[in-house]
Design a protein around this ligand. Structure first.
Ligand SMILES: Cc1cc2nc3c(=O)[nH]c(=O)nc-3n(C[C@H](O)[C@H](O)[C@H](O)COP(=O)(O)O)c2cc1C
Length: 163
């Protein structure tokens, strides 16, 4: 049986996208980029994006709904903003549909400190009935170095082929 993997991510400056693309190249899987309806820019991302993340708020997103009922494995990646998930990922987690009984792998990219990010993602997925079987935090250094990205791709592969 072929495992169908959905790789859902948000990326403001391209780093999380790059990791998601490497996972897809190594393991297969449909890449689903979630974007804010109103893009952040260098003037708004810290004062507005950072504060919204800190407060756990949700942005209006595109796509608006994320039906993963056709997927066997859900991979979700978020940049870390103010030690938390981004408002785009908060909205994506809320918009997820059809994940009960599915396995999930979560990851976050950050400068150096991910804080509560993975906890927020794990809790939201578990509330929707998914089981998080793998997780990883990648700092800027980890992304440049590459070994931890390869390790994450290994987690996704293993999650797709459980013993
Ligand atoms: C608004 C904002 C807040 C951030 N907060 C944190 C943080 O709390 N901890 C951290 O280590 N990095 C933080 N960063 C750095 C990003 O998490 C990091 O650069 C990430 O890999 C960017 O992913 P992206 O290129 O996919 O958007 C922040 C970046 C932005 C724009």
């Amino acid at each position: 049986m072929t495992v169908k993997t959905c790789i859902i991510y948000h990326s403001y400056s391209g780093i999380t996208r790059g990791v998601a693309e490497q996972i897809s190249a190594a393991c297969g899987g449909e890449l689903i980029e979630v974007k804010p309806r109103k893009n952040y820019n260098k003037l708004t991302v810290y004062p507005f994006g950072g504060i919204r993340a800190m407060r756990g708020e949700r942005d209006p997103i595109d796509p608006e709904t994320l039906d993963v009922s056709g997927c066997d494995l859900i991979v979700i990646g978020s940049p870390v903003w103010a030690f938390k998930t981004t408002p785009v990922i908060n909205a994506a987690l809320a918009a997820l549909d059809g994940c009960a009984g599915k396995r999930a792998v979560i990851f976050a990219t950050c400068g150096s400190q991910a804080g509560e990010t993975l906890d927020i993602m794990r809790k939201a997925l578990e509330e929707k009935g998914a089981t998080v079987v793998g997780e990883s935090v990648l700092t800027r250094k980890d992304v440049n170095d590459g070994a931890k990205v390869t390790e994450l791709a290994g987690l996704v592969k293993a999650a797709g082929n459980p013993a």
